[in-house]
Design a binder for this molecule. Sequence first.
Ligand code: B16
Ligand code: MG
Length: 223
Amino acid sequence: MDKISGLLFDLDGVIVDTAKYHFLAWKKLAEELNIPFNEQDNERLKGVSRMASLEIILEIGGRTMSDEEKNSCCDKKNRLYVSYIEKLKKDEILPGVKEFLVDARKKGFHTALGSASKNSKLILDKLEINDLFDAVVDGTKVSKAKPAPEVFEQGAKELNLPSEQCIVFEDAAAGIKAAHNAGMKAVGIGSEKILFEADLIIQGFKDITVSDIIKKLYRIVKK
Ligand code: B16
Ligand code: MG
């Protein structure tokens, strides 16, 4: 086993549940477009970029749009989404995440964010956890969306670590694929049904330490 030194965290669904705010904003836009859109459809948008999310909604509605119209819809959705995020409370951080980050950093692990979101800085500000990351790589820095490995490769680069020394924490199937495409182990947060390609699945960060995770991962890898 390579010495694991870097921990790369997805944002939405791993650190905070912003999916509900994305849903509310997309739902409003879909209603304006007369496209049916429910929480199950919303699952398909997790980890996917803003434009790709709109394209999925258009596909559901069997609709097409010019690039100009698409950009204007994305802007509209984002304005609404940001209005929700502006009200985000720091206690909306998912259970155990802050303690996990603090403990891991105390133990000498380096931490980075690897998110598709272009709003990640605002979210980290609202949660008051900016200083718990050595690097922040998000949709403003990378152009290729997950499952492309770019966001995690860039994260490892900014931590000055080789891929093999990094672990990714992800809640979306596309993110697990992105981690593997970057040559990293992937820990899935959530359902085995969706994240079956992950090297390990956990339900969250409550009462679990990075050492527990590395031990479990290592055992699984050795099988
Ligand atoms: P924004 P992650 C992703 O974040 C979300 O899961 C996804 O639903 C969203 O469309 C995407 O960010 C882009 O977000 O519109 O804020 O740029 O899971 O990669 O942290
Ligand atoms: Mg996510």
